[in-house]
Design a protein around this ligand. Structure first.
Ligand code: ATP
Length: 244
């Protein structure tokens, strides 16, 4: 579904991404593991076309080359980004935020049906449809940000640290919802500090260090890799060292 090859990005002299290649299938959850500053946010922004990249990248979505498209046309072709910090319109209601999410042409026709779908994924948003977004809790705002991205009818959803700042119970709820989004056939590319949780729901993952992909494999393979355990899973817990 999403295929990325040779993606590089520099901020001045600092090369934040170097020849990154990855792919995400339909209905697949793929996670990116990486330390602070590894380039995870830059990677999602580069795929979504909101930062300028170095020449030579190849990005395709459903077989269509989207490498040189501007960000709004990338959304039109079926890729939506949920940025870190959520990026919702705080002064607008939940319903108005969702309506704005349906602005791409590909999403306008089925707006009401899709809103119903979003409301069944996130019942709390239905209850709070008339509430001003900034008055909602952090977890509710995160759900709204994801709901709004889903309103664009994406084939691929890029999520940047969706669990940041949420309570453990809210994190569980969020991850359960991401599973249901996947069941609807949407592919998810997930950046998470919470590697434990993201590997629990992911099918596959990539390890990003200093802008370079240094490892990839199934979630089970990564969970049992000693280097991954040391760097991202807080050591080698004997009970979970084997894949599950
Ligand atoms: N606009 C910018 N200008 C200059 N340098 C930047 C800019 N954005 C990011 N960087 C640098 O690029 C590198 C990668 O940043 P990025 O935010 O992509 O990392 P990250 O893996 O998402 O980190 P974190 O987990 O801490 O959010 C870092 O060294 C960062 O300081």
């Amino acid at each position: 579904m999403l295929e990325v090859k040779n993606l590089s990005l520099a901020y001045g002299l600092h090369r934040a991404l170097d020849g990154v290649a990855l792919d995400v299938g339909r209905g697949e959850i793929v996670t990116i593991l990486g330390a602070n500053g590894a380039g995870k946010t830059s990677l999602l922004k580069a795929i979504a076309g909101v930062v300028r990249t170095l020449p030579g990248k190849q990005v395709s979505l459903g077989g269509r080359d989207i490498s040189v498209l501007p960000a709004h046309e990338i959304v039109e072709s079926g890729l939506a980004l949920v940025p870190e910090g959520r990026g919702i319109f705080g002064d607008l209601t939940v319903k108005e935020n969702l309506l704005l999410g349906a602005n791409p042409k590909r999403a306008r026709d089925g707006e009401a049906a899709r809103r119903d779908q979003v409301f069944s994924l996130f019942p709390r948003l239905r209850e709070r449809a008339a509430q001003i977004a900034r008055t909602m809790s952090g977890g509710e705002q995160q759900m709204l940000a994801i709901g709004r991205a889903l309103m664009s009818n994406p084939d691929i959803l890029l999520l940047d640290e969706p669990s940041l700042g949420l309570s453990p119970a809210m994190v569980q709820e969020l991850f359960a919802t991401l599973r249901r989004v996947r069941e609807a056939g949407v592919g998810l590319l997930l950046v998470e500090q919470n590697a434990q949780e993201s590997l629990r729901i992911a099918d596959r993952g990539y390890v990003l260090e200093n802008g370079i992909i240094v490892g990839h494999g199934t979630a089970d393979h990564l969970k049992s890799d000693p280097a991954v355990q040391r760097a991202y899973l807080g050591g080698v817990p004997p009970a979970t060292a084997s894949s599950s």
